[in-house]
Ligand binder design. Structure first.
Ligand SMILES: C[S@@+](CC[C@H](N)C(=O)[O-])C[C@H]1O[C@@H](n2cnc3c(N)ncnc32)[C@H](O)[C@@H]1O
Length: 218
């Protein structure tokens, strides 16, 4: 069952979509797409408006992954687009013997990663993962591959497939109807490749991605 919402325990936030739409344009998008301090810890117009660890974000979601995939105590897990490594930290709280790794294009996020996982996360590009084939039991990539242009996005999805030994889970910006498409267009800061869920399913097929996926719909 490839389409499955494994993010259903992640807390939902109230997004001031119309308000933001009035304030953002290509200037804010250009700053956000540098994935520097402004995106993570700058003004809300450039991204998160403060990206700080809180256990309520990932604790339940990593349990959801463990239970869904029946992860072993010593499972190997890669997070592509790991940002400051918060999800990996919570994985290690749950599975202290797991072998976790993270990669992110943002040197700011990696330098400011949570101390417990700083030695496990590295700067790198999703479209060119520095790991051998089938290196991880589970590869997760949340809200990351849609930040690449279409051809590189396809490459990144192929890379997830390549380095996954057993399981993978990807979430991407998507919509199911016109109302959701309009909301996405107003909300989106960084994504370069986003489309209707049916088009994503065709794309996953085209690149030979066989694992799970779900949608980020603001
Ligand atoms: C919306 S954030 C999601 C972060 C984290 N996965 C989460 O869900 O909290 C997108 C992340 O993708 C990273 N990113 C963007 N382009 C990337 C690329 N080409 N390769 C790796 N990471 C990338 C950004 O630096 C950022 O940390």
């Amino acid at each position: 069952m490839p389409e499955v919402n494994l993010m259903d325990r992640y807390p939902r936030s109230n997004r001031p979509i119309d308000e933001r739409a009035k304030l953002i344009d290509e200037e804010q998008r250009a700053v956000a797409r540098r994935f520097g301090r402004e995106f993570f810890d700058g003004d809300r117009l450039y991204g998160y408006g403060g990206y700080a660890y809180h256990p309520r974000f990932w604790t339940e979601t990593v349990r959801r992954f463990r239970d869904y995939y029946r992860l072993a105590e010593d499972a190997s897990i890669l997070d592509v687009g790991c940002a400051k490594g918060f999800m990996l930290h919570d994985f290690l709280e749950l599975l202290p013997r797991a072998r976790v790794a993270g990669i992110d294009i943002s040197s700011y996020a990696i330098e400011n990663a949570k101390e417990s996982v700083r030695h496990l996360v590295h700067v790198g590009d999703a479209k060119d993962l520095p790991y051998p084939d089938h290196a991880f039991d589970l590869v997760i990539s949340i809200n990351t591959v849609h930040n690449l242009e279409l051809d590189d996005c396809k490459r990144a999805i192929r890379e997830v497939q390549r380095v996954a030994r057993k399981h993978a889970f990807i979430t991407v910006d998507a919509w199911r109807n016109e109302e959701e498409r309009d909301r996405m267009r107003k909300w989106n800061l960084t994504a370069k490749t986003y489309m209707h869920v049916d088009d994503w399913k065709r794309l996953f097929d085209e690149v030979g991605y066989t694992h799970e996926y779900y949608w980020f719909i603001p």
